[in-house]
Design a protein around this ligand. Structure first.
Ligand SMILES: NC(=O)c1ccc[n+]([C@@H]2O[C@H](COP(=O)([O-])OP(=O)(O)OC[C@H]3O[C@@H](n4cnc5c(N)ncnc54)[C@H](O)[C@@H]3O)[C@@H](O)[C@H]2O)c1
Length: 303
């Protein structure tokens, strides 16, 4: 099996001053990438700014013989981050949207500020950086983008309405970029990681936080961004040394005949079949999803 290398590739990792982003940046650099280590250097709650976070990681990469440059812009200023890659290295091949904060609180206590700040960093930030890189990736007919979602977005989690919404919104964005990018060899995938970091140290015992090393997550990111990688529009859960892929599953469903009114009582009568996952399929794209639904337009009792 050939070694995965990133020589000649320019990689932006956002939020690379700590946790998962730092681990991704170190692993990309160790395999020859030129890395833009972006980090605003604020708190886990999105307050303040400090250049030290990115600088420390750049120093570590350089000390190990790698090549990296620090960037201190917020991800909401995506053009500046991509410009830093272009100014320093002349191109951009890979974007790992990783920067993140938390403003956890139960929904009835959530302020507009808690909602907006989380949306700004996670969703607007991932959009802005990806949007700025997109033109360059289209022109060069090459790009790899990874979005960082969360189990909180996939499954829901108490106290994380803002975060969950922003995280699964990233997945929707990624799925459309995967569709739009594939013909120009821009592949877009999403991870839902779990790792010990300052975002999880307040909700997990210290012993578990220490065991859940961010380094266990980065190899998947490097695989997804490899030039030989083929799959796009995929979602992976990853952490603790475990990696698995998720996909949608849909029951075979019930098609109602359209020459009679569809009543709520008819829906009740069909409920067991509507919800029966022992008979299910896995629509892989919007066409596969629509095919069965649109096919029901021909459903007439007299047929
Ligand atoms: N740790 C987990 O278990 C876990 C689970 C699911 C998702 N995630 C996601 O993984 C990503 C990384 O999280 P982590 O656990 O390593 O957290 P972390 O706090 O260790 O790292 C996040 C980094 O993002 C930076 N950042 C925050 N706002 C920024 C902004 N506006 N611009 C640029 N940088 C900014 C922070 O300064 C920090 O260095 C986040 O998107 C997080 O939501 C983490």
């Amino acid at each position: 099996m050939s070694e995965i290398r990133y020589d000649g590739r320019v990689v932006i990792v956002t939020g690379a001053g700590n946790g998962l982003g730092k681990s991704h940046a170190l692993q990309f650099a160790a395999r020859g990438a030129q890395v833009v280590v972006n980090d605003l250097g604020g708190s886990a709650f999105g307050e303040g700014a400090d250049t030290a976070a990115a600088d420390i990681v750049v120093d570590e990469i350089k000390a190990a013989g790698g090549d990296a440059v620090a960037n201190y812009d917020s991800v909401t200023d995506g053009e500046s981050i991509v410009q830093a890659a272009l100014d320093t290295y002349g191109r951009i091949d890979v974007v790992v949207n990783n920067a993140g904060i938390l403003r956890d609180t139960s929904f009835h206590k959530m302020t507009d500020g808690d909602w907006q700040l989380v949306m700004d960093v996670h969703l607007m930030g991932a959009y802005k950086v990806s949007r700025a890189a997109w033109e360059h990736m289209r022109e060069q007919q090459y790009g790899r983008i990874v979005f960082t979602a969360s189990a909180a977005g996939i499954y829901g989690n108490f106290g994380q309405a803002n975060y969950a919404a922003a995280k699964l919104a990233q997945y929707g964005l990624a799925q459309t970029l995967a569709v739009e990018g594939v013909k120009r060899n821009i592949l877009v995938n999403t991870i839902a990681p779990i790792a010990g970091s300052r975002l999880t140290e307040t909700v997990m015992p210290q012993e578990i936080v220490e065991q859940l090393k961010p380094e266990y997550v980065s190899p998947l990111v490097l695989k997804l961004c490899d030039e030989k990688h083929q799959e796009t529009g995929c979602l992976y859960e990853v952490g603790a040394g475990w990696i698995g892929q998720l996909r949608w599953q849909r029951t075979l469903g019930v098609g109602f005949a359209l020459d009679h009114p569809i009543t709520p009582e008819a829906v009740v009568a069909a409920w067991d079949s509507i919800s029966d996952f022992s008979h299910a399929d896995n629509p892989a794209n919007i066409l596969a999803s629509m095919e069965v639904i649109m096919g029901n337009l021909a459903n007439q009792t007299k047929n």
